[in-house]
Write a protein that binds this ligand. Structure first.
Ligand code: HEM
Length: 218
């Protein structure tokens, strides 16, 4: 009985963390999957470049040449898509997205951009994302979904020909896929830099962070 009480108390405590265990697991799986997808994608891109004269250096690519890069890309794809689906479901079902990412007010956005330009990165309260963070998270989540959809279209262009048409043809789908990658890499550079500038946020994403008031959702 005591063990059960202790277990349910532990579960309650975990659920009241800023970043509950499922979020942390999914976040780091996503980070790994994204890195595999980006670097193997560069290996595939180099075989048939979109921007003439622009290719990625060998040391940045996962896979010696296109075929092994494709294998890594297809393996990472499942991890990215299934983990992403779990994250989206969790975010919607628990109300995390509503509470953590909404509302986004234009006034807050302008204020945060102004403060950031003056190098005032206020982050005393880790439990509240600022307006810029909210927008960036929305953009990167949308870019992740777009990558899976455009990726599926260029993987199976015949079976998914209506999707290819919707995207403006095979080459256009490829370009959208490339732009999505660029958005995610841009986000990643800023995101990692900010988490190093405010290491408390990084520690929170590893250990769970501060406990939330009972009324807050996970
Ligand atoms: C690999 C290096 C990465 C590091 C060091 C990192 C670090 C962090 C940290 C510290 C937070 C918490 C921010 C805060 O509480 O203020 C966070 C949240 C988040 N990160 Fe990352 N991250 C990485 C990769 C990624 C990637 C690849 C993506 C997506 C493409 C991503 C998307 C997100 C999202 C959407 C959140 C908000 C999660 C939520 O609250 O539901 N991260 N990350």
């Amino acid at each position: 009985m005591r063990t059960r009480d202790a277990m349910s108390a532990a579960v309650r405590n975990t659920a009241r963390r800023l970043h509950p265990l499922p979020i942390r697991i999914m976040h780091w799986i996503n980070a790994l999957a994204m890195i595999v997808m980006i670097t193997s994608g560069w290996g595939i891109y180099d075989d048939d470049v979109i921007i003439r004269g622009f290719s990625f250096p060998g040391w940045l690519r996962l896979g010696e040449w296109a075929a092994p890069s494709l294998n890594y890309h297809f393996a990472g794809m499942w991890l990215l898509a299934l983990n992403g689906l779990a994250y989206l479901t969790y975010g919607v079902v628990t109300g995390r997205f509503r509470e953590r990412l909404l509302p986004i007010r234009l006034r807050d956005l302008v204020e945060t951009v102004r403060d950031t330009l003056h190098l005032r990165i206020a982050h005393e309260d880790l439990t509240v994302y600022n307006a810029v963070q909210k927008v960036l998270y929305f953009v990167v989540i949308a870019a992740g979904v777009s990558q899976v959809v455009t990726g599926l279209a260029i993987w199976k262009p015949v079976q998914l020909s209506p999707l290819i048409s919707l995207l403006g043809g095979f080459q256009s789908a490829r370009v959208i896929h490339f732009i999505g990658m660029t958005v995610i890499v841009g986000f990643l550079l800023v995101h990692v830099l900010l988490s190093l500038l405010v290491p408390r946020t990084l520690w929170a994403m590893l250990a769970g962070g501060p406990r939330l008031k009972p009324s807050r959702t996970p």
